[in-house]
Each structure stands twice: as structure tokens, then as C-alpha cells.
Design a protein around this ligand. Sequence first.
Ligand code: SAH
Length: 348
Amino acid sequence: MNKIVEKLRSSGGISDSELKLLIECKSPEVAEFLRKNADEVRQLHYGKKVYLRGLIEISSYCKNNCYYCGIRRSNSSAHRYRLTCEEILGCAENGYKLGFRTFVLQGGEDAYFTDELLCPLISEIKRRHPDCAVTLSLGERSEESYRLLREAGADRYLLRHETADEELYRMLHPTPMSLENRKKCLYTLKKLGYQVGSGFMVGVPFQTTEHLIADLRFLQELRPHMIGIGPFIPHRDTAFSVEEAGELNLTLRLLAILRLMFPTALIPATTALGTIAPNGRELGLQNGCNVVMPNLSPVAVRKKYDLYDGKICTGEEAAECRVCLENRIKSVGYEVEISRGDAIDLYK
Ligand code: SAH
């Protein structure tokens, strides 16, 4: 098994059957060998640095109905809110003082956030904080919209493909959503010059190892700058409420595999990973992750951006999250990096 890890590290090229063995391997020794290799590769390119992204959750309204998600349209128990432009600028201001140089505006697909509203908002964030990157994570929009947002100053876009298997995609997303459109959006974003992030959930209902291999193969084709993966976690008001959450060790193996396949990618240790295990994000960092995304949303709305049950960090002020994460990063021997942290683009 260690031979497969070495092969993956030296060339990135391994067969589907080898990937399957690695993904399914339960041996703690192999997991440790994989981890060690992923950490070495990460340190080769990024040293001990961990980049910070300040997450601003701008809306819990969503027109989509993804079966796994707590803010899906049909969840009548969901608490809906949207931040005003002044509130979003306030979050960025606060984040800037705390040392953040990337702001991620994330939300459900909310028609209220038109291009007419977002473009001046993005320009204003960039005007006030010219040394910062603006990342958007607002779901599927038209090419024209992505173009206008880019022209207004947006630098990056996060849009997980969620699963690269057509059939599984349909089991997780009712019509009119489609994998085809998801992929189209991702290629459009790349074409428009965004630094693009994609990714998938680990352990969603009906997911097999073959599906995970398809996810890795799709990422090889897309070549995103950032890759976000995290365990699926059930939400009480969804059809998947009684399903099991994705496994910690499987997620960690996949993170390490991603680091070996995509040596220079920016890979976050996600909040979902920190939710399924108290030290999940620290373990993520040790398995190849080099980004964390602390929450800058106003405390009053935090609990309402309720994608899955038990989400951590919903009670603390931004400043507390910042200190807490810095301590967690240091506790495993890494260091916080205060800079925009753009992707090293070796893909061109
Ligand atoms: N509307 C935006 C943002 C979605 S929320 C978009 O479409 O990209 C960000 C991510 O949270 C999603 O891409 C999904 O992968 C993840 N997510 C949603 N529900 C989840 C759940 N129940 N468990 C774990 N992750 C979830």
C-alpha cells in the first residue's frame, strides 16, 4: 500500500483500482504514511503557513432545494435573514482589523442579491481594502453575472461540484439543478479569470468509493486552485435527517490524497470537519490542509446559517474565533499567514 502512496506522490498518476484501495484502506499505519507524505508535500510548497479567509454568510434565503441542506427552500422551519450592504461592509472592516486579507461572501441562491446590488458592494470592499481579495460563494449564476462581478473586483469563486456522478447528483439535487450546469458554471468561472474552488461532500447518502474516484477525476480535469471537501452532516429538517455523518478518517485520507494529487492547491480544513470531531480541523491541517475559514458573520445571524446540525462557532464573536483558530493552528505546529494567499498557479 505504501508503494501506491509513493507513486501518487511522485507522479500524481495512479489507476482507479489503486485509488480504490487507498480510499478504502482502514490501516492506521497506511493512514499515517499517507499523512506524513501529504504534510511533506504541503511543507515543500507552503511551509508551515496556514491562510485565513474571513467568511461572511450574507443570506440564508435559497431558491434551491438540495436534499441535504438545512437552508433548502422547502424547509419552512429555517430562519431566514439577509445582511445589508452596511452590515457586510462592517464585517469586512472588523475582519480587516483582525488581520484578514480575504473576505468570502457566501450565501444561498437569493435573488435579492442582484448584480446591481453586488457589483457596487464588491467595488466598495475593494476600495476600502485594496490589499484584500474578495471571494464569492453564491452558487450558480449566468455567465453575464459572473463577468460583471469579476469586473467589479471579485477575485475568486467557490462552487463545489458536490458530486461528479450524474445519478448521485440527481439523488441529491431535485430539478432544475443539474451536474451539467454546475460544471458549466465552473468552466465559465475559470474562463473569466477567477481563482476557482470546487469540491465535494464526503459520506453523503448513497455515495460509494466509485463516486469519490469520479470526484477526484473530475477535479483533475477541472484543475481548480482551491479544493474544499468536508463530511456530510445530517440536518434535522431534511429527508436525510436520520442518515449517518461522513467519517472522519475517510475525510482525512481523502484530504491527504488531494494534497498529493494537487500539490499546490489551497485546501481548507472546513468547519464541517471541526464539527464531526473536536480536533477535526487540526487533523485536517496535519493531513495537507493549508487554509482555515473563520466566521466573520454577525453573531445575531450565525445560528440561522444552518446548513447542518451541530455547526460549531455559532456563538462566538469574530475576534474570539480568530484567537481560537490561531491557537489551534499553533497547537499542531503551524503558523497563521497574514496575506491574501493567492493560488500558486502552476497550471497555466
Ligand atoms: N449556495 C452556495 C453555497 C452553498 S453552502 C453554493 O451553491 O455553492 C456551502 C457548502 O456547504 C455546499 O457547497 C455544500 O457542499 C455544503 N453543505 C451543505 N449542506 C451540508 C450538509 N448537510 N453537510 C455538510 N456540508 C453541507
